[in-house]
Write a protein that binds this ligand. Structure first.
Ligand code: UDP
Length: 484
């Protein structure tokens, strides 16, 4: 066994969409004989303790956090149990972790080789450097999505024009954007609101880092990665996707074995590519009226099987139990599951990676969170985009207009949607028509592209493998510097 190459400290923001890619990367580097420290708030660490595989020797370290002291409900430390309306506030107050993180780093017995921190924690770069530690930001978001988001916050271009369509002054290559692709926080942004201030400060802090690693693929995401190289003048490494290494073990400690078996049994009974998987990720939902329209579309899509992960719609308590009779048309669940055996409703959380890897899945109706996108395209599954927030709108744009693997169904969770339009798009992507065939073919090509990026053998190293090596060499070279 090769000897320990040094310690790497991971520090993700407290959301499943952030913790999952961080943990995946942590496992990858543990396999490469780095010693791993994973830092998070107490309740997240508790959850992780029960889900880590026995063979893993990742050290889990708690950073103190008391949600009620920051205008949050008691004992809430993750967006998956946070009321939807508090999501922005939660990101904003995350900078309260700064003094405790400094304290934690100063108390470490062995100085880490590198700190890998969340893109919300730009402030951690200065702390790392004060202790002579190499620092990188890790983004689970795409280069393109984050570049649009970053550029928008720094320039607020939509505020300078009355046009519904606008471009970004320092990212013209991204093309036209529409006001309907702005999350409410961007529409409301001005120089005084706390979220704008948080973003400005955070994005400027990125420049203090030693580089950015993205869970993305160079060939898929060139424009956004080029933007960051140009703007930040820092190394940018595209190292994704990192496959989850532990088969049969839940990544978030959330889905139970029974739920997984139920989904897989349902999929096993279906024809190849006949199932539409629907999920809006770990922290988003749609409105009650949109949910009703989506259900009606599925009711009418008699040829399509589906698995739908249902989280409480807007306006309902995020932690409440599933209420079919209030959220869905009358007898919907009985009709599609008991009578027709073609639709499975999974409340709150499903084993997504296992579902998307199943041969019966033919398309994914997604909010376009980047983890979901990579998990889908890594299996050649085309997308129906329904972006809800943040950079998801720009992921959807990239995937539809540049890559050609997605058809956008709707935008946001305030818009009016009609079941006829949803049905039309589902049939477009899954049905026997030229456009559908083209999208499905393209999704298979992108699967190859993603696969090539992670080939690692004697004759060939894919772009993501090379980028990972470059990043680790950069961290190691700092260690070798006299005052490093
Ligand atoms: N996820 C899951 N089951 C669910 C919902 C989400 O396993 O029911 C996982 C999903 O596989 C992905 C992550 O949670 O790895 C969500 O990340 P993404 O970037 O797609 O969206 P976010 O939740 O950050 O908005």
């Amino acid at each position: 066994m090769e000897k320990n190459k040094g310690t790497i400290l991971f520090f993700p923001f407290m959301a499943q969409g952030h913790i999952i890619p961080f943990l995946t990367l942590a496992f990858k580097l543990e396999q490469k004989n780095y010693n791993i420290i994973f830092v998070n708030t107490p309740l997240n660490i508790k959850k992780l303790k029960s889900s880590l595989p026995l063979y893993s020797s990742i050290s889990l370290l708690e950073i103190p956090f008391n949600s009620s002291q920051h205008g949050l409900p008691p004992n809430i430390e993750n967006t998956d149990s946070l009321p939807y309306k508090l999501t922005l506030h939660f990101s904003t107050i995350s900078s309260c972790l700064e003094p405790s993180f400094r304290n934690l780093v100063s108390n470490l017995i062995e100085k880490p080789l590198c700190i890998i921190s969340d893109f919300f924690f730009g402030w951690s770069a200065n702390i790392a450097h004060d202790f002579g530690i190499f620092h990188v930001i890790f983004s689970g978001a795409s280069g393109f999505g984050l570049a649009c988001f970053y550029s928008m916050w720094l320039n607020l271009p939509h505020k300078k024009t009355r046009n519904i369509v606008f471009t970004m002054p320092d990212f013209q290559e991204a093309g036209n954007l529409e006001v309907s692709q702005l999350s409410p926080s961007l529409l409301a942004a001005d120089s005084n609101d706390p979220y704008t201030n948080f973003n400005w400060k955070n994005l400027h802090n990125w420049m203090n880092s030693d580089g950015i690693i993205f869970n993305t693929v160079e060939e898929l995401d060139k424009l956004g990665l080029a933007y960051f190289r140009r703007k930040l003048k820092l190394p940018v490494w595209a190292i994704g996707p990192i496959p989850w290494p532990v088969s049969g073990k839940s990544r978030a400690g959330k889905e139970t074995r029974e739920e997984t078996e139920k989904c897989i049994k349902f999929l096993d009974e279906k024809e190849p590519k006949s199932v539409l998987y629907i999920s809006f990720g770990s922290q988003s939902t749609i409105s009650a009226s949109q949910m009703m329209e989506l259900a009606k579309a599925l009711d009418n899509a008699s040829e399509v099987n589906f698995i739908w992960v249902v989280r409480p719609p807007l306006g309902f308590d995020i932690n409440m139990e599933f209420r079919a009779e209030e959220w869905l048309p009358e007898r919907f669940v009985q009709r599609v599951f008991d009578d027709q055996n073609r639709g499975l409703i999974v409340p709150k959380w499903a084993p997504q990676v296992e579902i998307l890897a199943h041969k019966s899945v033919g398309a994914f109706l997604t909010h376009c969170g980047w983890n979901s996108v990579l998990e889908s395209l890594g299996n050649g599954v085309p997308l129906l985009g329904w972006p809800i927030a943040a950079e998801q709108f720009y992921n959807s744009k990239l995937l539809e207009q540049d890559v050609g693997v997605c058809v956008e169904v709707a935008r946001g969770n305030n818009s009016q949607v009609k079941h006829e339009n949803i049905l039309e798009k589902i049939e477009l992507v899954m049905g026997e028509n030229d456009k559908g065939k083209e999208i499905r073919k393209k999704a298979c090509e992108v699967k190859e592209m993603i696969g090539d990026a992670i080939i690692n053998n004697e004759d060939f190293k894919g772009s993501s493998i090379k980028a990972m090596e470059d990043f680790l060499n950069a961290a190691l070279s700092m260690k070798k510097m006299p005052n490093g």
